[in-house]
Design a protein around this ligand. Structure first.
Ligand code: PRT
Ligand code: ZN
Length: 226
């Protein structure tokens, strides 16, 4: 780490929603890899661009620590960790280099479907369950609303039923999960999709040219897909 490297290392999700499309996109950019035995690290063959297969939540931290140079991650995860890091005074940690056109979802406030939704001020004094406390708190601050933020790592949609919160703030794509829990989307905090993330500052060694080459190819592939 540091001191310059001549290979580029990209973190992608090991398994999950973004894993296959991320790999397919990089393959379409002309990258190929030699599979390693532990299948966590893939050595780049056609170009000196390697893959690290990890949990999506670890990707921003790996970029910040310089373990990886770039990552494919949901904007929701990137923004959440960027706000959290910026708060600690370190300054913006990440750059969103490209939106990748897959993994689309929204981070929504959802309320019980029996409620008559009258707008954000209705949330004042309530408890909101979420896995995205930093994005939610920033939005509440912007709106000038004081509400309780209940951080949960999963199963946010059942929090109202369990009495942990009155409303939730969670990712939504089809809306089926909300409907199955007698909730409905009320307002959107963030439009998300998979993005190519990098550090806030440009590379000052051979990785800079590699990253530029990749971005040029990526732009070509994304143009053909749209
Ligand atoms: O193991 P690892 O930590 O890597 O994976 P993970 O389980 O944390 O992530 P994963 O694979 O579930 O999601 C990865 C990324 O996909 C997210 O960070 C988002 O950027 C994106 N994405 C797109 C989604 C969804 N759509 C989505 N629908 N992530 C989660 N969901 C959830 C949603 O919260 C809801 O509970 O899926 C459920 C079903 O959604 P509906 O509205 O279609 O019913
Ligand atoms: Zn995750």
């Amino acid at each position: 780490i540091g001191g310059g490297r001549d290979r580029l290392r990209i973190a992608i999700q090991k398994s999950g929603r973004l894993a296959e499309p991320a790999r397919a996109l990089l393959t379409a950019c002309g990258l190929s890899w030699r599979e390693s035995r532990d299948r966590l690290f893939c050595y780049g063959e056609s170009l000196p661009i390697d893959l690290l297969l990890v949990r999506d939540d670890d990707i921003p931290g790996l970029i910040r620590d310089g373990v990886c140079d770039l990552g494919v991650v949901g904007r929701n995860v990137l923004v959440e960790q960027d706000i959290a890091l910026t708060r600690t005074g370190a300054g913006p940690a990440f750059a969103e280099l490209r939106a990748l056109g897959f993994g689309a979802c929204r981070l929504d406030i959802a309320v019980p479907d029996t409620w008559d939704w009258q707008g954000p001020p209705q949330l004042a004094g309530l408890r909101i369950a979420t896995s995205y406390p930093a994005i939610l708190q920033r939005w509440l601050d912007d709106q000038g609303i004081e509400a309780g933020v209940v951080e949960l790592s999963g199963s946010v949609e059942i929090a109202p039923k369990l009495g942990q919160a009155e409303v939730i703030c969670d990712l939504v794509s089809s809306g089926a999960t909300l409907a199955a829990n007698q909730l409905r989307p009320a307002t959107t905090l963030l439009q998300s999709e998979a993005v190519l993330a990098g550090p806030a500052h440009a590379f000052d060694d051979a990785r800079g040219a590699l990253a530029e080459l990749l971005l040029r190819r990526l732009d070509g592939v994304l143009r053909m897909r749209n």
